[in-house]
Design a protein. Structure first.
Length: 244
C-alpha cells in the first residue's frame, strides 16, 4: 500500500478557551478524495487553514510528502494549492492577468499554454478579459479553482468548491476533479454541505462535530453505522445532537 501524502496527528486549534479543532488525526493517500463534513462551526475551515500554514496549530503535527509542515513549509506549499471563498485577488486585474501573476509567483514555465488550458478547462473564455471586481460569485469561484489547478498540485484543499456554482458547472467541476485524480494521482481534501456531492465524490468521509471526528469511512459505511437512510439523514441527526 502506498504511504499517505498527508498525515495529521492529534491536531488542535484553540481560539482563546474555545477548542475549534480538538485532537483530530487522519491521513490521505495518493489519488484519494477525502470529504470533510460537518455542521457550521464544526472546524472544517480551521482545519484547512492549518494544513495551508495560514493558522498555527495549538497542538499536533501535520506532515505532507513525508515532511513536517512546521519545518518544511516552502517545499510542501510548492506542491499543494487551495480554493475557497476567502481568497482575495487584485480586483482591478482581469481574470487572465491574475492567473499570469499567480503563475509567475510560482515560477511556472510555459505560462501562456497553462493559462490557456485552464481557461478552457473551466470554461472561462467568456469572462477571461473581465476585471475581477466585476465577476459574479460563480465566476469568481471558477477563477479561484483555476488558480488552484494552475500550479498542478499533488494535493488540493477545496473549501466548499461548488457552493456558488450553477448545477451544470458544478457537475463539470466534479468531473474535472475526478479526471485530475485519475490522470495525475491528485489527492483532494474538500468540504461541502451538498450531501449528494459528498456521496458521489468522496472515497472516504470524515465527519467533524465541535472540532472532533465523530464518524469516518465511506458514505455507505457511515450511513449503515448510524442506521439511517442516507448521508443527509446522518447529517441531520448529528447536527441536531450537536446543537442540543
Ligand atoms: N479567528 C478566529 N477567532 C475566533 N474563533 C474562530 C476563528 N476562526 C474560527 N473560529 C471559530 O471556530 C469554530 C470553527 O470555525 P470554522 O470556520 O472552522 O467552521 P466550519 O466547519 O468551516 O463551518 P462552516 O460550515 O460554517 O464553514 C467556529 O465556532 C468559529 O466561530
Ligand atoms: Mg467553513
Amino acid at each position: 500500500m502506498s504511504s499517505p501524502v498527508l498525515d495529521v496527528t492529534d491536531l488542535s486549534k484553540r481560539f482563546g478557551d474555545f477548542p475549534a479543532v480538538d485532537g483530530i488525526s487522519f491521513s490521505i493517500k495518493p489519488g484519494e478524495i477525502l470529504g470533510l463534513l460537518g455542521p457550521n462551526g464544526a472546524g472544517k475551515t480551521t482545519t484547512i487553514q492549518m494544513l495551508l500554514g495560514l493558522v498555527t496549530p495549538t497542538a499536533g503535527s501535520i506532515r505532507m510528502f513525508g515532511m513536517d509542515l512546521s519545518t518544511h513549509r516552502e517545499a510542501i506549499l510548492q506542491r499543494v494549492n487551495f480554493s475557497s471563498t476567502y481568497i482575495s485577488m487584485p480586483q482591478s486585474l482581469t481574470v487572465e492577468e491574475n492567473l499570469w501573476v499567480i503563475a509567475r509567483l510560482y515560477g511556472l514555465s510555459d505560462i501562456p499554454r497553462r493559462v490557456g488550458d485552464i481557461v478552457k478547462k473551466l470554461e472561462m473564455e467568456e469572462f477571461r478579459t473581465k476585471v475581477t471586481r466585476k465577476l459574479s460569485s460563480g465566476q469568481m469561484t471558477r477563477v479561484t479553482l483555476a488558480k488552484a489547478f494552475l500550479t498542478e498540485p499533488k494535493i488540493l484543499f477545496l473549501d466548499e468548491p461548488t457552493a456558488s456554482l450553477d448545477p451544470d458547472i458544478a457537475e463539470k467541476i466534479r468531473a474535472l476533479l475526478k479526471e485530475e485524480r485519475r490522470s495525475s494521482g491528485l489527492s483532494i481534501l474538500y468540504t461541502s454541505h451538498n450531501m449528494r456531492e459528498m456521496e458521489e465524490m468522496s472515497d472516504r468521509i470524515i465527519f467533524l462535530q465541535r472540532g472532533k471526528i465523530v464518524a469516518e469511512g465511506t458514505a455507505q459505511e457511515i450511513v449503515t453505522r448510524f442506521g439511517q437512510a442516507d448521508l443527509e439523514e446522518v447529517f441531520l441527526k448529528l447536527a441536531r445532537e450537536s446543537r442540543c
